[in-house]
Write a protein that binds this ligand. Sequence first.
Ligand code: FES
Ligand SMILES: [Fe+2]
Length: 375
Amino acid sequence: MNVIPRHVCDIGKFDRDPEKSYTLPAHYYTDPSIYEREKQAIFYKSWAYACHRSQVAEPGSYATCMVANQNIVVMRGQDGVLRAFYNVCSHRAHELVKGCGRTNVVTCPYHAWTYHLDGRLRSAIGQKKVEGFEAREFGLKPVMLEELNGFIFVNLDAGATPLAQQTGNLAADMQGYCDSLAGLKFAHRKTYELKANWKNVADNFLECYHCSVAHPAFVDLVDIKNYRTRTYGIHSSHISPPGRADNTAYKVPEGQEGQFAAWWVWPNVTFNIFPGPANLTILHIMPTGPETVLEHFDFFFLEDKPSDCEWQAIKYVDEVLQPEDIGLVESVQRGLHSRGYSQGRLMVDKDRSYNAEHGLHHFHQLVLERLGDLR
Ligand code: FES
Ligand SMILES: [Fe+2]
């Protein structure tokens, strides 16, 4: 059995009580051995966002996603059934498909083994001449799959508790903020590479303490003083009444102001409904190493071609909001290496005001529980 050195799982002054607690210690954001433990205890055991129903709507359509370093493909079979597999060839481990697309049969680019969309091996060149070769031994390895409001999640742990059971009222809560949720389609993706630990990026999403300081346009778009964060089992909600239609972020058509409503779902995805016509955006924070992240910002609208007003919202996210947040988290990542910093204090008041950091505490506690470091 591997013995974890004491200093690596030292949680310092983290406390189960958010009002008394300090943050995760700095080394949780920098130590490669923590990231290795997170892969095993968190990413290989939790429901991970993969793609949206509209991206794999037709028989034969597929989309790939990364769960930490594991490449997964979601495919819709000719029978209309959606399945997920490790995106790896059973012969000598070449990746099978890239990105997303549509096909009748999956062909490995290396030696052209082919697979049916349900994962069965279809053919391997020369197989009849190989003694004892059993095609059924070499099907693709399946992973669990579940849909939540049309968003598809996968889980590498065959014994995982269903996502719907773990998320309680989340699906209904989201529907309450977007009448047309079921009709939304994938419309656009922005991609970002960050020099930051994935938890540092999630932390930044989970509080609006920094909003008034760092996001002047965003605090116009929402009613910042009434922004509220609520925590549940494995998710939290971040909701605010509408702000000003004449805000400096983007123009919200009259009568369509709407609220800002967002949800973070353990461990690394957020769903956001911005003020304006029916919309939803996903911020997917995928670790690519202990201190690097690939972010997908996916935009969903009623049509797969964004309108002028929707382009304004995309432009605001891409040119204003994201650069503001990326600058913050990359600076924090450098600061986490400073010999002058080890652990900060979570700012949580009794009223859980708009700027309280209890959303971070909820997340940090889940991290420590899953790692087995909270005694
Ligand atoms: S690795 Fe796929 S066919 Fe050889
Ligand atoms: Fe932010």
